[in-house]
Design a protein around this ligand. Structure first.
Ligand code: ASN
Ligand code: ZN
Length: 326
């Protein structure tokens, strides 16, 4: 076991899994490695290495900083799946993936690729807002999980559920990590300031707050971009976790409406995450749509808590709250 110190941009000073004399190789997490593309856009660039075991200085001008954030995000996501869901690595085989940072120039995105089993991060606008925040890292790594489990097709309703799965577990990882600099919340991308005005990429309590995402299912939602058709499922997850109406969590105010106007009583985030994980890994298939996601999560709730349980009822009420009914 070997630990270095990361001075990250988004999570302050953190411990990083490293290998001796010294590289960003996390030997306790399947040898997950982090590479520097140095603004290139192909290959792996160079593995982060250096004469000391201190990585970055918290600023985007230091090339190691984004590496420290990405390495931390992969480690927290690994720990979340292992400790909360009993899954060791994306494939469940104990083998790490890898991360690439400093992709391209002013590149404002991050992505997962099945072809390399790796995730990649741009440096953001002006190359000073790398897309390496914890929730974005967890979102991208979760695309890997989805692609080796349910394999939800990345278009139509299954595409929205694929995107929502990444947002849901991004929230799960952020609440799990819960650093002072980046406490858990029901927003996605609030640290990377992609809009330039401090607003996040997505909201889960009321997804339409972003101006494009949908709050509830309707026929035809399969025709909108998967990052917006994810809205109803993100909203379902929020309702199931916290319930409808106004609520403050970790100092953030939320106000979640339901499409049917009926209240939903939340069962807590931990149970909601267990239900979605088990549905993703044992019920969902490549063509699962919203109606099938309802059926799958109800089956899981019945298995975990019983068909007459408050948890089962809450799952049904949360689906009704986003206009997915029997
Ligand atoms: N960052 C985006 C995502 O993970 C990239 C994409 O459009 N797939 O959803
Ligand atoms: Zn995504």
């Amino acid at each position: 076991v070997h630990n270095g110190t990361g001075n990250t941009q988004y999570n302050g000073q953190v411990t990083l899994g490293t290998a001796p004399s010294y590289t960003l190789t996390d030997t306790t997490r399947g040898n997950h490695k982090t590479y520097n593309l140095n603004r290139g856009s192909s290959g792996t660039g160079t593995l982060f290495s250096g004469p000391d075991d201190i990585w970055g200085d918290g600023t985007p001008q230091n090339a190691e900083t984004a590496g420290a954030d990405a390495h931390y995000g992969a480690a927290e996501t690994w720990d979340y799946y292992k400790n909360v869901h009993g899954r060791s690595g994306i494939r469940g085989d104990g083998v790490g993936a890898y991360s690439r940072v400093h992709y391209g120039n002013n590149y404002v995105n991050a992505f997962w690729q099945d072809s390399c089993f790796c995730m990649t991060y741009g440096d953001g606008s002006g190359n000073v807002k790398p897309l390496t925040s914890l929730d974005v890292a967890a979102h991208e790594m979760t695309h890997g999980l989805t692609s080796v489990t349910a394999k939800l097709v990345y278009s139509g309703e299954s595409g929205g559920l694929n995107e929502a799965t990444s947002d849901i577990f991004a929230a799960g990882v952020e609440f799990y990590s819960n650093t002072a600099q980046d406490p858990g919340d029901y927003m996605v991308g609030e640290k990377i300031d992609i809009n330039g005005n401090g607003t996040p990429l997505r909201y889960m309590d009321k997804p339409s707050k972003d101006g494009a995402s949908k709050d509830a299912w309707y026929s035809g939602i399969g025709n909108v971009d998967v990052h917006y058709s994810s809205g109803p499922a993100n909203h379902w997850f929020y309702l199931l976790s916290e319930g409808s109406g106004a609520k403050t969590v970790n100092g953030v105010n939320y106000d979640s409406p339901t499409s049917d106007g009926l209240p939903v009583t939340g069962i807590g985030r931990d149970k909601a995450l267990q239900i979605w994980f088990k549905a993703l890994t044992t019920k969902f298939t490549s063509t699962t749509n919203y109606a099938a996601a309802r059926t799958g999560t109800l089956a899981v709730a019945s298995e975990l808590y019983g068909a007459t349980s408050p948890e089962y009822a809450a799952v049904a009420h949360a689906w009704a709250g986003i206009n997915v009914g029997a």
